[in-house]
Write a protein that binds this ligand. Sequence first.
Ligand SMILES: [Zn+2]
Length: 185
Amino acid sequence: MTKLKYFLVFLTLIITVNAMDIFNFFRKSENTETQDTIGSHLKKVNPSKTNWKEKTDEYWKESMTPLQYNVTRHEGTERAFSGKYWDEKRPGVYHCSGCGHELFKSDTKFKSGTGWPSFYDVVTKENITLKTDKRFGMTRTEASCARCGAHLGHVFEDGPKPTGLRYCINSVSLVHSEDIETKAE
Ligand SMILES: [Zn+2]
């Protein structure tokens, strides 16, 4: 009887821990070597001539690293200071890691201290879709790619001038222009 009781307590604990997404939290880390492969599927296609909205969940799962898939397709969050670009200083353009769409420019990137790449502006407003996200008991503005729907991160109103905005973006949702190779035709 006691054994059964312990087993039930153990089982409840496992279910609770799973429900709390703790295991996911530990999984949401990937070394930067793995992150170097992000965007490599773009070499096989002409990103501007592809219908990205038609791509299936299987396509994304096969084309992406596990963390990138989790973040961009299931609104996950990479661990702070674990991504490739939080401290990136090279000049260039940051593209969507799903479809290669231009999203941010390096001259609007700033040091936020959060551990995620942060920008105060976008390349063009049309390239990013904003919507209210009420998960986890918070009201936040979610930013996603307008072309392929990839989850990018969130936008906060505590950024620097001139916009006062802080686009807090996951590294795995981005590919810097020097790290991206796409098929022209
Ligand atoms: Zn995209």
